[in-house]
Design a binder for this molecule. Sequence first.
Ligand SMILES: NC(=O)c1ccc[n+]([C@@H]2O[C@H](COP(=O)([O-])OP(=O)(O)OC[C@H]3O[C@@H](n4cnc5c(N)ncnc54)[C@H](O)[C@@H]3O)[C@@H](O)[C@H]2O)c1
Length: 425
Amino acid sequence: MTDMISRPSLKAGMIGIGMIFDETYRPFFEDTHAAGLFDRRFGDVEVPLTAVASRTGRRAEAYREAAGEKIASFESFHGEGATAALLAAAPDFVCVATPDDRHFEISRDILTAGCHLLVEKPSVLSLDQLDELTSLARQHEVLAKIVYHKLLDPDHKKLRTLYADGVLRHVNSGYCTLLEPKQISGDQFSEWITGRNPGTYVAVHYIKLIDFSFPGRLKTVTATGQRGLVGAADGPTWDSTQLRMIYEYESGREAAFDIHTSWVTPDNFPGYVEQEVQFRFDNGLWNGHSRKRGVECTVEDQTPISIKNSMNNHYNGTFLEPWGERSQRGYGIETIERFVRELAWLEHSEEGTRGERLATLASLAYNDLAADRQTVATVQALEAILEHQAAGEPDCVVRVNDPAGGLVLYRPGSETPEVLYAGTV
Ligand SMILES: NC(=O)c1ccc[n+]([C@@H]2O[C@H](COP(=O)([O-])OP(=O)(O)OC[C@H]3O[C@@H](n4cnc5c(N)ncnc54)[C@H](O)[C@@H]3O)[C@@H](O)[C@H]2O)c1
C-alpha cells in the first residue's frame, strides 16, 4: 500500500457513477488527488480512485474525458462481472452508489473480498441482509459504513446537541418532508424505478435522523402511498408515501414521527428539493427548513429551471472562494471525507492496536452498518406494507419485537401475522 514516493495509500473503488458520484464522490476524489489527506495521527495519505464499475461504462468514459488531469488514471469495468473485475484490482475500500435494491449483493462481494465498504443510504432493504453484511465485516475485520450525510448538516447537528445536552427534553412528536422533482422519477431513475417508492430512497434520511438524534426503541410502523403518475394507479410503483413510526423511550413515554416523501413535485418548483422538519419536545419546538435558509435568488431566463430560487449551499455548493480558487464543498462531501479519514486512522495510525481502532470505529452509530438496525427495520416494514397495499391489502401495521417475532406484519381482518424477521431487531 505504498506509492513511488513511499506515501501510505488507500486505493479506492467506486461502483455506480451516476448523480451522487458526480455530486459528492467526484469532488472528494478530485480534491484528495490534488491535496492528499493529512492528519498528524496518520500522516500524508494518498487516496487514488483506481477502479470504477457501472452498468454500461458510458458515464465513466464521459467522466474520464471531462476530468482530464483532475484525477489519476483509473480502470473502468461494466456489465455482468464488473464488481468481480473491480475487486480483482485489489482496492482497499469500495464505495457503492448503485440503485438501492442493488446494494446488498455488491456489498456482500466487497466484504467477502476483505475490502472496506462505504454504501449509500438506504444501506440494505432487509434485516437478513443487514445480518449477513455485519457478520462478514466482523469476520474480515473491515469497516462497513453508510453515507447519511444529513447527520452532518449543521442544523441537524445543533438539534442533536440541544437534545443530547438536555436543553430540549423528551421528544413527543415530529414531522419531516422531502419532496423531489418529477425529473428524478421521470428521467434520472427511469431505468430502475418500476416497483420502487420515494420513501425507501429519501425518507430514510429522516428515519436515520430521528433514530440517531432521539435514541429510543422502535415499536410500530404504518404507511400508505399514492400511485398514478410514475406508474399505473393500481401498480407497484409509488408517486408519494407517508410513513409513521412510533418510538418508546426509557421513561416509558412514546413519540410519533410522520415522514412524507414524493418524487413528483413539479420541475419548476423554486428549490431543488423541499425539505422541512418540525419536532415538538416537552419544553420546546424545533422548526427547520433546509431550503429556506435565507437565500432567494432570481435570474432572468434561468430560475427556477436551470438555477433554483432557493438553494442549499450547506449540502453541496460550487463556489469562487475569496482567495480566488474554485471549490465544491458541503456536508455531502464532508461525510465521505470523514469516512476516509476514519479508515486512514484505522490502517495508517499507530494509536493503540488495529483491533482497538477497529472497535472504536465500529462503535460509531452515525455511520456503522451494525447500528442501522431500526432504520433498516423501518425500511423493510415500509416496503412490505406498500407491497401488500399494491396487492389489494391496504392498512397493514408492522410491530417491532412483538411476541410473534422481531418484525411482524398484521393485516386487517386476518388472524395470522406475517413474520418479516424472526430475530430481535
Ligand atoms: N446521499 C444522498 O442524499 C443521495 C442522493 C442521491 C442518491 N443517493 C443514493 O445513491 C445511490 C445511487 O443514486 P444515484 O442518484 O447516483 O443513481 P443513478 O441512477 O444516477 O446512478 C446509478 C449508477 O449505478 C450504476 N449501476 C446500476 N446497476 C449497477 C450494477 N448492478 N452494477 C454496477 N453499477 C450499477 C449505474 O450504471 C449508474 O452509474 C442510491 O442508493 C441512492 O439512494 C444518495
